[in-house]
Ligand binder design. Sequence first.
Ligand code: ISE
Length: 335
Amino acid sequence: MNEVRIGVIGTGVMGTDHARKLAGGIPGARLTAVQDFAADRASALAQELGVLAIAEADALIADAEVDAVLVCSPDGTHAALGLKAIAAGKPVLIEKPVAAERGEVEALMRAEMAAGRKLVQVGYMRRFDPGYAEMRRVVASAEVGSPLFMHCQHRNESSPSYLTSELIIANSAGHEFDAARFVLGEEIVAATVISPPEPRHAPGRQPQFIVLQSASGTVVDIEVYTDARYGYDVQAELVCEEGTVRLRPGPPTSLRHAARDGLVVPPDWRARFADAYRLQFESWVRSIVTGQSNEGSTAWDGYMTLLVTEACLKAWSTGNRIAVEQPERPAFYQG
Ligand code: ISE
C-alpha cells in the first residue's frame, strides 16, 4: 500500500482540525470521507475539503474508499468504534481517552490480539512532540543520571461547562499520565491527589494536583488548572541526578507590544501541539504503509493510562495514596 485513504468519524473541534491536516499534505495520506452525527456539520466539512460525507459511522468504516479510520467522536463512543474498525481489519487511530471503562479496553485488546496485528493507536500526540521525545531519549541514555522528579504543568485558558473535577483527572491529565510513562519508560505504581478550592470564575470545578510514583521511584507531580484565563500553557521539567531537561516554553520569538515584553501564549492545544499532531499523523501513516510499529500509544498504553486514571479518581475521593493495578503485559504488547 503506497497511499492510505483515511475516513474521519466525528467532525467536532478535533475531528475538523485533524481532517484539515490530513487533507493538507501528510505524506502518503489521502482524506476520503468524513462522518458526524450532525450530518450538516459533516457535509459542510466534506464540501470544504472535497471529500465524501457519509451518514453513518458503520458505513464509513465499511467503505471501500477507506483504508484506515480516525475516531474523533465523543469519548463514550471511542472503544465501540475501535472494535468495529478491528472487525473490518482496518487500522484505527482513536482520540484519547481510548475508553471510559477498563472492560471496553480489555475487549479492544482481545479483539486486536485475535486479529494478530496491531491495529489500534491512541491519540496521545505528545509522544510526537520533539520536547517529550528528547526527554525520553535523555532518560534512556542515562546521560545525566536517573530521573528523580518530573514536574508537569497543564493549564487551559478556559474549559467547557461539562468539564468536571473528575474529568480534569479522566480527560485532561491523561496526557501527562501517558507522557510520564513514555518519558520514564516504566509504569506508574501509585497516585495521590489533592485539590485547592474552586476558582470563583469556574464553580464546580476544582483544579487538581496529582502526585504519581513510577516503578523505580521517580516522583511525578502534575498541576492541572483548566481555567487559567491567560492561555494554554503546558510545561514539563525532568530532574535527573546530574542535570535537568525541560520543555522550552512558548514560541521561538518573544513579542514586545503595548508596553509589554514577553512570550506569546497559544490559545489552545491545537496551536501548541500543531507539530506533534502533524508528526503523529505522519508516523501513523508510515507505520500503516510499512507495517512497522511506531512510538505511538498502543491499546495497552491506553489501558495502563486508564488504570492510572482509576487510581487517581479513587485517591481524590478518599484522600489516600492508591496503588495502581499492575496486570501482566501480554506478550503481544511487549517490545
Ligand atoms: C482536551 O480534551 C485535550 O485533549 C487538551 O489537550 C487538554 O489540554 C484539555 O484539558 C482537554 O479537555
